[in-house]
Design a protein around this ligand. Structure first.
Ligand code: IPM
Ligand code: MN
Length: 354
């Protein structure tokens, strides 16, 4: 079995190394094969998603992704940007369900910008629709009309796209506290009115799960007011992008959070597993980035793509123990405390695997 490891840009390579190390340790039978993606590929004169990288993904059981994006490409059209690789992978493998679990590790409550008592025990999942909405709708272009520059993006949803992501959310809720909050902007957007209607219809198939609806502006506020009340949040692509960053920082560091992007390939098992945080070029190459998100992405890969719940849980417990023991990377240390490097944090996790 092969896992395609695509380290990418910025801190991507250094944190993906950690995810690979953990995968190798718990599953020596799985071969991690690396390939260039994003700005790393562009710098080699290749497209953001080179053919060979795509061919590797085609024969892989899953993708362990790092991150893409570099300031050098700001202002370039999408097709010439590192992010285009992610756009293509999501679109072409139909990875419509982006699952972003947000947890505050015991011991890290003080790292949050919110009061510790608001985030203690926080445990929610953002389920973001990933292949529709304004990211992909056409027309999508910049043009000059009557001598005036304009630009258009199109937010469009078809009912089956909403149905399938709603089902993912309800299924996840069944394994948790059985609550789904659907987020939309139905007071203004037609797509949101369709969204709310379809989610409500799907909810009838899950009478054991409680559903409520929030407008996205209100949801953004409630997330910082009473974050622990949320169990599963389901929302369209762009709202999910924004709210998942907001939810992520509740934990004190976006560097701790993994995600799974799942679709229909290989009976829904094929997926792309990646840290939520970006490429963080400001701290790249210094060996100080927090590798937790990549290590936990490897855990999600074990669980979803390799059906290996045992090792997934083993990795997650090891990370918990490392935090409980006080080991911290730079962005999480309190004043006066000592930070460990990316490599040292990774070694700590490896040594905590029981
Ligand atoms: C994410 C990222 C991407 C997105 C970017 C890199 C295109 O922010 O996965 O959340 O907007 O989806
Ligand atoms: Mn994002």
């Amino acid at each position: 079995m092969i896992v395609a490891a695509l380290p990418g840009d910025g801190i991507g390579p250094e944190i993906t190394r950690a995810g690979i190390a953990v995968l190798r340790e718990v599953r020596p039978d799985v071969e991690c094969v690396e390939a260039p993606v994003g700005g790393d590929a562009l710098a080699r004169g290749l497209p953001a998603l080179p053919d060979e990288t795509r061919a590797l993904c085609d024969r892989a059981a899953a993708i362990l992704f790092g991150s893409v994006g570099l300031p050098a490409y700001d202002g370039k059209p999408l097709q010439e940007r590192p992010e285009y690789a992610l756009f293509l992978l999501r679109r072409d493998y139909e990875l419509f369900a982006n699952v972003r679990p947000v947890r505050v590790f015991p011991g890290l409550e003080d790292a949050s910008t919110l009061k510790p008592e608001l985030v203690r025990g926080l445990d929610l999942v953002v389920v973001r629709e990933l292949t529709g909405g304004i990211y992909f709708g056409k027309p999508k272009e910049q043009r000059v009309v009557d001598g005036i520059e304009e630009a258009v993006d199109t937010m469009i949803y078809r009912a089956p796209e909403i149905e399938r992501i709603a089902r993912v959310a309800f299924e996840i809720a069944r394994g948790r506290r059985r609550r789904v909050t659907s987020v939309d902007k139905q007071n203004i957007l037609e797509t949101s009115r369709l969204w709310r209607r379809v989610v409500t219809r799907v909810a009838a198939e899950y009478p054991d799960v409680e559903l409520d609806h929030l407008l996205v502006d209100n949801a953004a506020m409630q997330l910082v007011r009473r974050p622990r009340d949320f169990c599963v949040i389901v929302t369209e692509n762009m709202f999910g992008d924004i709210l998942s960053d907001e939810a992520a920082i509740l934990t004190g560091s976006i560097g701790t959070l993994p995600s799974a992007s799942l679709g229909t390939r290989r009976d829904g098992k094929f997926g792309l597993f990646e840290p939520i945080g970006g490429s963080a070029p400001d701290i790249a190459g210094r060996g100080v980035a927090n590798p937790t998100a990549s290590i936990l992405s490897a855990a999600l890969l074990l669980r979803h793509a390799l059906d290996d719940e045992e090792n997934a849980a083993r990795v997650e417990r090891a990370v918990e123990r490392v935090y409980a023991g006080g080991t911290r990377t730079a962005e999480l240390v309190a004043r006066g405390e000592k930070a460990v490097t990316t490599a040292a944090f990774t070694d700590a996790v490896l040594s905590q695997l029981e």
